[in-house]
Write a protein that binds this ligand. Structure first.
Ligand SMILES: [Zn+2]
Ligand SMILES: [Zn+2]
Length: 164
């Protein structure tokens, strides 16, 4: 499991910038425009007006950061990050974001030989051809550890299991 601070680093700088700007803008708008014109809120004590102005835009702040996270996370997983950023921001009530976390693909793994990134279920590295997970010595399809025979062609897999 990655730590929370590591996850925060996935959020692109642009998203932080937008989130801070939107937060400051909305807080200023609430405090300077909305509250003085509100029928009831303008009679509130000042501390609660401040709390209101600072608290409400926090929701928007977190929402923008979440969309930023979807963008950065989809990118490192080799997914269509532009499309997912678009969906996360368009589908309201955070449903686009929830959908992303349900449907996102596993993290990419780097090849031990050349460092190229590939999906976790790849058997061979797409760049240098190194074996990433056990493969059948005869048909080269993926086999699981502990299999004595290949489930695809029936060949003995003991050699494949030993080589990994
Ligand atoms: Zn490789
Ligand atoms: Zn096989």
């Amino acid at each position: 499991m990655t730590r929370f601070s590591d996850e925060l680093r996935i959020i692109p700088r642009t998203a932080w910038l937008i989130a801070v700007l939107v937060y400051a803008g909305m807080a200023a708008f609430l405090f300077a425009v909305l509250i003085p014109n509100g029928q009831h809120v303008k009679h509130w004590p000042e501390w609660s007006q401040l709390l209101f102005s600072a608290g409400i835009p926090l929701i928007l702040f977190v929402y923008i950061l979440l969309i930023g996270y979807v963008n950065g996370d989809a990118r490192r997983r080799g997914m269509r990050y532009v499309l997912w950023t678009f969906l996360a921001s368009l589908i309201s009530n955070g449903i686009g974001i929830i959908l992303y976390f349900v449907l996102r693909e596993p993290l990419l793994v780097s090849c031990g030989q050349c460092g190229a990134l590939g999906r976790a279920n790849f058997t061979f590295c797409p760049k240098c051809g190194a074996e990433l997970s056990p493969a059948c010595p005869q048909c080269r399809r993926p086999v699981e550890r502990g299999w004595t025979n290949c489930a695809h062609c029936g060949a003995k897999t003991s050699a494949a299991a030993k080589s990994v």
